[in-house]
Design a protein. Structure first.
Length: 320
């Protein structure tokens, strides 16, 4: 699908004429791919790389254009089940046009980053900057989701929330590698700035872009390390919660078995005490209650003895 845009009064806006300098191809079909390769002289391998989510970000110089492959986060939906993925996007900068090729619909190029656009190279830098901000937005969302899942893990008895955390960690690894790949491409872009004809303002913007991407990479690295280091602790919490539940169930079972034993003894089909006593039933029920109370008292005494803190040894005085 082809969309055309133009720059009017320093702003990015829609266009319909074929002379519009910005062409956006979203998941192009075979006819559009042939047009890009045959008419615009795009390298077929580079075009395929812009649609391959596993391709690394890179910068290539062709006779008639410059190709920039950038890694960008995919739009997240509830159907992804906590898995954040990345995709590739190709930016092909010609002398008089900018061709954008992506496997999914590009986010609206609007907002503060797309104001006062001076040229096509300036627009290319702003798209790269918007991609970095998109990563930062997703990292904040991942952090919020992880906080919610951690609060559920504290009381969980099953592995469902742990699996969701593992999925988040997998997405963070994808983001970490993609942001690093973009950083390498941005460094190469800085070293080849003369070939783009960047203005001093563009060079300053490129420096800000490199700093922002480095901070994004560091934040993704911190989140990834936290997830990896605390995953075993979270699994231990779920296991401990299950152990506490089993302990409680065992206590309830034992507490029921003790009076049941007393009642069962007096239910034998043999000659037993209180068989002819008028208060026999009440006496048996009382004995069962006393056995339950005795069990509870003994258990509390044992638990209190286990939790008693031993006195600390006295420190020896140091003699001068």
């Amino acid at each position: 699908m082809l969309k055309r845009y133009q720059i009017s009064e320093g702003r990015f806006c829609d266009g319909t004429a074929e002379t519009c300098p910005i062409h956006v191809y979203v998941n192009p079909d075979e006819a559009e791919k042939r047009f890009l390769v045959n008419e615009l002289k795009l390298d077929e391998h580079t075009l395929a790389s812009s649609l391959d989510p596993d391709e690394l970000a890179r910068l290539e110089f062709e006779p008639e254009h410059v190709a920039v492959i950038v890694k960008r986060p995919r739009s997240y939906s509830a159907e992804d089940l906590y898995l954040f993925r990345v995709s590739s996007m190709g930016l092909f900068l010609f002398h008089d046009k900018l061709v954008i090729v992506s496997g999914e619909d590009v986010q609206p190029l609007e907002g503060r980053q797309f104001q006062r656009i001076s040229s096509l190279p300036d627009l290319l830098l702003r798209i790269l900057f918007r991609t970095t901000l998109h990563y930062l937005e997703h990292l904040r969302i991942i952090n919020q989701i992880s906080d919610e899942l951690e609060s559920k893990v504290r009381t969980a008895m099953e592995n469902r929330h742990l699996i969701n955390l593992f999925t988040l960690e997998k997405g963070l690894v994808y983001y970490h590698n993609a942001i690093h790949s973009n950083g390498v491409m941005i460094d190469k872009l800085k070293s080849s700035a003369a070939k783009f004809g960047f203005t001093p303002e563009n060079l300053e913007y490129l420096d800000d872009l490199a700093v922002e991407n480095a901070q994004c990479y560091k934040q993704a690295e911190i989140f990834s390390n936290i997830f990896a280091s605390l995953m075993d602790a979270r699994a231990s919490i779920v296991s401990n919660n299950l152990n506490v539940l089993m302990k409680t169930l065992n206590l309830i079972t034992i507490a029921i078995m003790v009076p049941t034993l007393v009642v069962s003894i007096f239910s034998m089909n043999v000659r037993i005490p209180f068989a002819d006593h008028s208060l026999g039933f009440g006496i048996i029920v009382g004995l069962a209650a006393i056995s339950s109370a005795a069990f509870a008292i003994i258990w509390r005494l044992v638990s209190a003895a286990r939790t008693t803190v031993e006195p600390r040894p006295r420190r020896r005085r140091r003699h001068p």
